[in-house]
Design a protein around this ligand. Structure first.
Ligand code: HEM
Length: 507
């Protein structure tokens, strides 16, 4: 009893300091809200009150997977410039891309945002997450040979072999009535290709018709975790506490991904020259490894190639799935694309990187799919350098974050006529779309941080679509008629299975 009273007494004594602490914290938060709303250097920009006063609405929509769609609503209501966070502005107008992401004469570069860029595995920054221009240039220099025109030509046979393997699998499935999941198959295919591209090894996803343990559960999970990290960082005092609530399965995926990357890098380093299945793989350009001449630490190498395994496959796979879906939902486009492929190529062997490069309508189909559903639909924020900069004619103070929202821009009627319809003709000099502004379309970003893999990505997607249209007649399973409706975005799209029926082509 006496012991109980001692504990109660001690607890009573703690109540007052705790209440004072809590009250001070609440006062601090309230003063922050007032400061953000009325005195912050960005307070003069338009936007809903609570978005400018606290990060809560932004984080709420981010965690609901709706942020890019809500940005469209915000711009529709508040105009071309909207304050979407106390310290961030979103720009929808035609000059935003150039002003934010490109190198401009006599102006400091707007760098990636250290606030949202986490290092990759082993705590090392990599080609995508690095926000220091000098560090990024060091990485990019090492990677560039793998993205050269010469390398691109050398990659054709490898890509073709993997695509043909999938075509054979799909052909074998034609005898059964079973619909094929065109989210699963492209994921298997492009993860095989990226592993071959980077490490010169075949993971056998397509061959086994099942995700390799490395791929199993990987797509979707990394970007979901990044979304949680970014959301937690909006509340700096609480970040360590919030991290405790990150789903364990997502954290485990990252541990598994890091282990597979480490093993693949180590394995590739030990292979003798010419022993990889693809001797022009990205890693061949840094071998034999010597830190002094490679200018990348082992941790940076693992972090970079691990990130590339995802960056070089999930976006491609997502784009291929959306392209197939849009074609199936638009019979006229499907017919025109099929005719183009079958008329320009009489035999399967005629479908090459060169021949698909000349297929204008097919290229329009892929562009239009990326316009409606850009694989990277979220805003990539940049930091305004010392002295501030003008963005779309607005002087933005230093330290602010700025960005152009791809999804919102691509769906804006001022830039694209009939923006919600799938109309590949708009990319084919059709005079009906002469008022379109294709210069605002940047699915691969622009400037020094633009996608290094654009050419190979487009070739991979167009090759698969061309081969499918050449060999098969396809139709959408009824259950997927509204496949893209209410889809969530956690950095990238969270895709559901896309069921498609395949039959050997008629005629
Ligand atoms: C449809 C497919 C793809 C799309 C839509 C896409 C899009 C993008 C975007 C938007 C960025 C900029 C990200 C940022 O600013 O944070 C980026 C960066 C990058 N992407 Fe891609 N990507 C695709 C495929 C690929 C492929 C296949 C590869 C390589 C095999 C690749 C390699 C890279 C690299 C290395 C970067 C970093 C560039 C740098 O900062 O220097 N991407 N990509």
């Amino acid at each position: 009893m006496e012991q109980f009273q001692t504990v109660k007494f001690a607890a009573d004594r703690l109540v007052a300091p705790f209440c004072i602490l809590l009250a001070s914290y609440v006062c601090y938060l309230l003063s922050l809200v007032v400061y953000n709303a009325y005195f912050h250097p960005l307070a003069r920009f338009p936007g809903p009150f609570w978005w400018g006063a606290t990060p809560i609405p932004y984080v709420w929509h981010q965690l609901n997977g709706r942020l890019p769609f809500v940005f469209s609503e915000l711009h529709a209501k508040h105009g071309d410039v909207v304050r979407v966070l106390p310290y961030m502005l979103s720009f929808r107008d035609a000059n935003a891309w150039r002003d934010i992401y490109q190198i401009r004469p006599k102006r400091k570069l707007l760098t990636k945002d250290p606030y949202v860029m986490s290092p990759g595995s082993e705590g090392a920054y990599n080609i995508i997450t690095s926000f220091d221009p000098a560090e990024h240039a060091r990485f990019r220099e090492r990677l560039n040979p793998g993205f050269s025109t010469r390398a691109f030509r050398g990659q054709e046979l490898m890509v073709m072999t993997h695509v043909d393997e999938l075509i054979e699998k799909l052909r074998a499935k034609c005898s059964s009535e079973e619909a094929q999941d065109m989210v699963k198959w492209p994921a298997l295919l492009y993860f095989d290709i990226v592993a071959d591209l980077i490490f010169g090894k075949n993971l056998g996803n397509v061959e086994g018709e099942h995700p390799h343990p490395w791929l199993d559960g990987l797509f979707g999970s990394t970007m979901r975790l990044i979304t949680y990290f970014n959301a937690a960082r909006q509340f700096p005092h609480l970040t360590p506490f919030l991290k405790l609530f990150f789903p364990k399965d997502l954290m485990d995926q990252q541990v598994k991904h890091a282990a597979f990357t480490r093993d693949s890098v180590d394995e590739r380093m030990q292979l003798k020259e010419g022993k990889a299945s693809n001797s022009h793989d990205f890693m061949s350009y840094i071998l034999p490894y010597d830190e002094a001449t490679t200018h990348m630490s082992m941790a940076e190498i693992r972090s970079t190639y691990g990130t590339l395994m995802i960056a070089g496959s999930e976006n491609v796979s997502t784009t291929a799935s959306f392209t197939i879906y849009h074609l199936l939902k638009n019979p006229d486009a499907l017919r025109k694309a099929t005719e183009e492929v079958r008329q320009s190529c009489k035999r399967d062997e005629d479908i090459t990187f060169t021949s698909i490069g000349g297929m204008k309508y097919l290229s329009g189909v892929v562009n239009e799919s990326m316009r409606l559903n850009p694989a990277a639909p979220t805003t990539q924020s940049r930091v305004v350098p010392k002295g501030g900069v003008a963005v779309s004619g607005n002087l933005v103070p230093e330290g602010a974050r700025v960005g152009a929202p791809p999804y919102c821009i691509n769906h804006h009627a001022e830039f694209f006529k009939d923006p919600e319809s799938f109309l590949p003709e708009r990319w084919t000099d059709d005079p009906r779309f002469s008022s379109d502004q294709p210069q605002v379309f940047h699915p691969f970003q622009l400037g020094p941080r633009a996608c290094a893999g654009k050419s190979i990505a487009l070739a991979e997607i167009q090759l698969l679509i061309a081969k499918i249209l050449f060999h098969f007649d396809i139709s959408l399973d009824k259950s997927c008629a509204e496949w893209s409706k209410d889809m969530k975005i956690f950095h990238l799209w969270q895709l559901r299975p896309l069921l498609v029926h395949f039959s050997i082509r008629q005629g």
